[in-house]
Design a protein around this ligand. Structure first.
Ligand SMILES: Cc1cc2nc3c(=O)[nH]c(=O)nc-3n(C[C@H](O)[C@H](O)[C@H](O)COP(=O)(O)O)c2cc1C
Length: 354
């Protein structure tokens, strides 16, 4: 009943409005609902996971379900109290940057409905690590896993490589100093409107991870990988990630290839930003499978990109994912999707949470 209601009634109404306005309204509403016991109970009743045990322990962290909200939905850490009621076992807050970042000029998001894709041009719009860390530090303790995605500030003053590296390090150091974040993800694959060198290049990535390795803490660290490189290029990056002792990788980020849209004619006239949703699915699953095959159990792998159904998620688990992350599926398919994935996973892989 709920999926039908979402797809036939709620979604058509929501999709009439500007996507960023809807996104911001949902985050604000979610924050309010999360503050009220009745609100949380209502959400649990509608979307809470009540199937067989779907808990899993990954790198010492116990997730109630293997479904994690990907970075980019809750930049500022406002939804910690509602997401566990919607079938999620964890979330990645952010990406968060050392300096507050106003984001790119609008439009920052557009929906390509027939292609089941979202054009994302947010430019890391977040309040900065000081504000976000204070908010996360003040949250009531819970068994919900809260990771933080760390990126370079999208500002002209940190365009240079050295400044960029120090900027990432300042963000991570602030989180560690304030004892915030159950795990960290280094977002090496996000465009910076102000230009500057990308860290999706082995030599630069090596210098970045060497510096971040000097920040002492005992939490798992993952790299958020680009999905556009060829397998050989991807492998060179994965080797650097392994060399530096990171626990694993999230595979992966947005797709930059607009001609991989199901309906390329839907693409906006000026191609700005990456694509979330369906155009990410094949590339990310293929890289994930090849990584598992090439590296065995060396890495924790988090499958992310184009999960629009429980079957899509199961494809990633069968390809070797320990966890999955999503955003677009929650929007296109509906908020019942996380529970569906948890149930499908529990039936095939359950009993790993002890
Ligand atoms: C609105 C939006 C903002 C995003 N911002 C970030 C970000 O700040 N950092 C990041 O690592 N990924 C970001 N992403 C990428 C997602 O984490 C994810 O990799 C991508 O959307 C593919 O997953 P999906 O198909 O389930 O949406 C963003 C995605 C969306 C839709």
């Amino acid at each position: 009943m709920l999926p039908f209601l979402y797809q036939r009634v709620v979604r058509p109404v929501l999709f009439r409005f500007d996507p960023e306005m809807i996104h911001d309204s949902f985050v604000a509403l979610g924050e309010q609902v999360g503050r009220r016991r009745a609100g949380r109970a209502l959400l649990s009743g509608m979307y809470g996971y009540r199937g067989p045990d779907a808990s899993v322990t990954v790198d010492g962290l116990r997730y109630r379900t293997p479904v994690v909200l990907a970075a980019g939905f809750d930049y500022n850490g406002r939804l910690l109290r509602v997401l566990p009621r919607m079938g999620f076992g964890g979330m990645e807050v952010g990406s968060v940057t050392a300096l507050p970042t106003p984001g790119n000029a609008p439009p920052r998001m557009s929906r390509l409905v027939r292609s089941r894709a979202i054009v994302v041009n947010k430019g890391l719009m977040n309040q900065g690590v000081e504000v976000v860390a204070e908010r996360l530090g003040g949250a009531p303790p819970s068994d919900f896993v809260v990771g933080v995605s760390v990126a370079r500030s999208n500002r002209a003053e940190v365009v240079g490589e050295e400044e960029g590296i120090e900027d990432y390090a300042a963000c991570l150091e602030h989180l560690v100093r304030n004892d915030v974040g159950d795990f960290y993800t280094v977002n090496i694959s996000c465009p910076n409107v102000h230009g500057g060198e990308s860290f999706s290049e082995p030599a630069r990535l090596r210098r970045l991870l060497t510096r971040l390795g000097q920040v002492e803490h005992d939490r798992p660290v993952y790299a958020k990988m680009p999905i556009n490189p060829s397998w050989d290029e991807f492998r060179r990056l994965a080797d650097v990630v392994a060399e530096h002792g990171l626990h694993g990788m999230v595979i992966g980020n947005l797709n930059k290839e607009y001609d991989e849209l199901l309906h390329p004619e839907e693409a906006p006239a000026s191609y700005q930003g990456g694509l979330a949703g369906l155009p990410c699915r094949e590339r990310s699953t293929e890289l994930l499978a090849r990584t598992r095959e090439a590296y065995g159990d060396r890495f924790t792998l988090v499958g992310c990109g184009g999960i629009l159904s429980a079957d899509d998620a199961m494809e990633k688990f069968r390809a070797g994912a320990n966890l999955v992350q999503l955003i677009s599926g929650m929007i296109f398919t509906g908020p019942h999707l996380m529970g569906r994935i948890a149930g499908a996973w529990a039936r095939e892989f359950g009993g790993q949470g002890a």
